[in-house]
Write a protein that binds this ligand. Structure first.
Ligand code: SF4
Length: 710
């Protein structure tokens, strides 16, 4: 409709880390047409089915519209002043009596960078604790930790355009066809144009992504480190190392090789792979200079997640295939703003602007910049530990923002027990009734997608604007505003923000603060965006960081480490000695299958948004347990019938299905369905709470389970 097109608002999709640009165009009937933004580099006008259905999710049914307080078990309406006063009074008394570590934020990759920035500043610089963690802990914290170990900084070195330049694309633990659809469609088009580009998929399941693959390696769950250590060993022994790059730009190869002394035969056995297929992969990797290795939740969500990611990065360092066009390791993030949260330090073990909480000079710099009364001096509690500390009574107040941990955390019944015992649970959300909100003492209405304004950063470091095109419903407020008003009630200066643009400018200045080779150098520097006025911020085009103030082109940086200089103080990247180890909880007679969890194509997280779009429920209308027909036979269950799935941690009921590409010995259940469905299909309640010791990311891909007739 040409007459309306000039009214279109350009924004960014609310879902995955591909970060597609969206145009919302008002219709005469008051609704909005949602279309891809042809000018956004991430998607060039395309949207997947979830993105296309965003318009169906913006109605006000079920919205949380005004603050509420729970009294004698029932919720009653309250004013903002009363609700925020109640929270501030309680937090002040808890902090006075028990110290700052007795309170916590648990936030979300759905937050905008500006919201994240304010929450992090408030907790670390003013309350003086680092107890702010995020559901991004469940998603890509292993990739963050691996980047830090290998490069000295949490930096993704590649960009989407590198896919066009690659001759081989390896996807590890990624069902990109369903979870990053626009990126996967791009890979499909690349292969149509250049059929010689190889696609290798490494995944225990034969997923939709495998349909395009030249080679699918159905690796035994949890054995990725064997596979990539074996590749490292193979590359070193076959003369595929880039000796000059290794000698000049890296450290630690000997130690990494010492734990990688695995011949292909041993790898094939450990990973339960066909030896010829494995050798085919190794030979192709060795012979192909331009290789991108994309990795996602199948790598990250593991008790060895950081080692898995580092074992992949090791192979790129050995071959010097990093920082150059068409090559490099590529972490595919799950959420729309998982990376923006990392930039402002919204994880319990980070500070802000890629500065480290465990370094005194870094703490002093951030405290000086914020002019804050204090600064957290030790890491806070990571997600799983945080909910255990709540149950144990060490954390007495938690403020949950834009996430539904009663469904999404591992050992989700433990999370439920924790909230039942917690003295004060505050929930900021857009939805009135979620599993988590049922335990909240204070409910605060937040703005949702289409109503809020700010920025997000996608998997390729591209900062894009989310813009409002809808009015604020009811009394809902932006998360940054709620937090700033709370901070003022706590008596803290430094939160007199009036717009997200002011917050973004402060964040941009902090990235550039003392960011010189002599002081605290880091790649993350968006000083070039620090002086954006309100109009320029509003008009900001998608741009990749870093973008320094002195960068004359102001075009941002597509790829990093091209000069071989990394962020460790000596400029060298590190090989990491990743000794292979199996998942923490192994299968046994009582629990003979390995539970793998993940997304389905048309749903998102705990369905609080996508569950409202009828079109999205057509693809898969209910939860299921996918298992191999022979395993079903042995378990006495049949396709189409309900089965009880039990682990040491919990149980649920789901309908048995076959055909999801699952190998014998494993079962797959999607993550989305929740306790409000008839079968209480919260798979989180089944998942073991084992975490990666480095990243704290839970082992969502491997919990021993039993399946029985219901
Ligand atoms: Fe949204 Fe991701 Fe789909 Fe793009 S690929 S439209 S960002 S869900």
């Amino acid at each position: 409709n040409l007459s309306q097109d000039h009214l279109a608002v350009r924004t960014t999709c609310a879902y995955c880390g591909v970060g597609c640009g969206v145009k919302a165009t008002p219709r005469a009937d008051g609704g909005f047409d949602i279309a891809g933004d042809a000018d956004h580099p991430a998607n060039a006008g395309r949207l997947c089915v979830k993105g296309s259905a965003l318009g169906e999710t913006i109605g006000l049914e079920g919205r949380l519209l005004y603050p509420q307080l729970r009294e004698q078990g029932a919720l009653r309406r309250a004013s903002w002043d009363e609700a925020l006063d109640r929270v501030a009074d309680k937090w002040q008394s808890i902090i006075a009596e028990h110290g700052p570590d007795a309170v916590a934020f648990y936030v979300s990759g759905q937050l905008l960078t500006e919201d994240y920035y304010v929450a992090n500043k408030l907790m670390k610089g003013y309350i003086g604790s680092a107890n702010i963690d995020t559901n991004s802990r469940l998603c890509m914290s292993s990739a963050v930790a691996a980047h830090k170990r290998a490069f000295g900084e949490d930096v993704v070195p590649v960009c989407y355009d590198d896919l066009e330049l690659a001759d081989m694309i390896v996807l590890v633990g990624s069902n990109a066809a369903w979870c990053h659809p626009i990126l996967f469609q791009r890979i499909a088009r690349i292969r149509e144009q250049r059929p010689g580009v190889k696609l290798v998929v490494i995944d225990p399941r034969r997923t939709a992504t495998c349909e395009l693959a030249d080679l699918h390696l159905p690796v035994k769950p949890g054995t990725d480190v064997w596979l990539f250590n074996g590749l490292l060993n193979y590359l070193a022994k076959r003369g595929a190392a880039n000796a000059a790059f290794v000698a000049t730009h890296t450290l630690g190869l000997d130690d990494a090789l010492a734990v990688a002394d695995l011949e292909p035969e041993a790898v094939a056995k450990a990973c339960k792979l066909n030896l010829d297929d494995l050798l085919g992969f190794y030979e192709s990797f060795a012979a192909t200079e331009k290789v991108i290795t994309g990795f996602s939740m199948g790598v990250n969500q593991s008790s060895a997640g950081t080692d898995k990611a580092n074992s992949i990065i090791n192979c790129h360092l050995l071959t010097g295939r990093i920082g150059k066009p068409g090559m490099g390791p590529f972490s595919l993030t799950g959420q729309p703003n998982a990376m923006g949260g990392r930039e402002v330090g919204g994880l319990a073990n980070m500070l802000a602007a890629h500065l480290d909480i465990d370094k005194a000079a870094h703490r002093e710099a951030v405290q000086t910049f914020w002019a804050s009364p204090r600064i957290a001096d030790k890491p806070g509690l990571k997600a799983v530990d945080l909910f255990q500390a709540i149950e144990a009574g060490r954390v007495k107040a938690v403020w949950i923002i834009a996430t539904n941990p009663i469904v999404s955390l591992p050992d989700a019944d433990q999370a439920r027990r924790a909230l039942q015992k917690c003295e004060l649970v505050v929930a900021s959300d857009i939805v009135q009734d979620t599993d988590t909100n049922a335990f909240a003492h204070v409910l605060l209405p937040a703005l949702g997608w289409g109503e809020k304004d700010g920025t997000v950063t996608n998997s390729e470091r591209r900062i894009s604007r989310q813009r409002a095109f809808l009015p604020a419903p009811g009394e809902a407020r932006a998360d940054w505003r709620i937090l700033a008003q709370f901070a003022q009630r706590m008596g803290y200066a430094g939160f007199d923000y009036e717009s997200p643009q002011q917050i973004f400018a402060e964040h941009a200045r902090l990235t550039a603060f003392r960011n010189t080779p002599q002081e605290l150098p880091r790649v993350l520097d968006i000083g070039g965006l620090a002086k954006l006025g309100a109009a320029a911020y509003d008009a900001l085009e998608p741009v990749q960081w870093p973008l320094k103030a002195e960068d004359e082109s102001q075009q941002g940086s597509a790829r990093l480490f091209g000069d071989g200089h990394f962020s460790h103080p000596d400029g060298r990247a590190r090989f990491i000695a990743a000794a292979p180890r199996l998942p923490v909880n192994e299968r046994d007679e009582d629990y003979p299958f390995a539970l793998n969890t993940g997304r389905v194509r048309d749903q998102w997280h705990t369905m609080t948004r996508t569950g409202r779009a009828p079109k999205l429920s057509e693809h898969i209308p209910e939860s299921f347990v996918d298992m191999h027909p022979q395993d079903a036979l042995l378990s006495g269950v049949r396709e189409g019938e309900l089965a009880r799935v039990t682990t040491q941690w919990g149980a649920m009921v789901a309908r048995v299905q076959h055909g999801g590409g699952i190998a014998r010995g494993s079962v797959f259940i999607p993550i989305h369905w929740n306790g409000q469905t008839a079968s209480d299909a919260r798979v989180g309640a089944l998942v073991n709470p084992a975490v990666c010791p480095v990243s704290g990311e839970p082992e969502f891909k491997h919990t021993p389970v039993r399946v029985e007739r219901f």
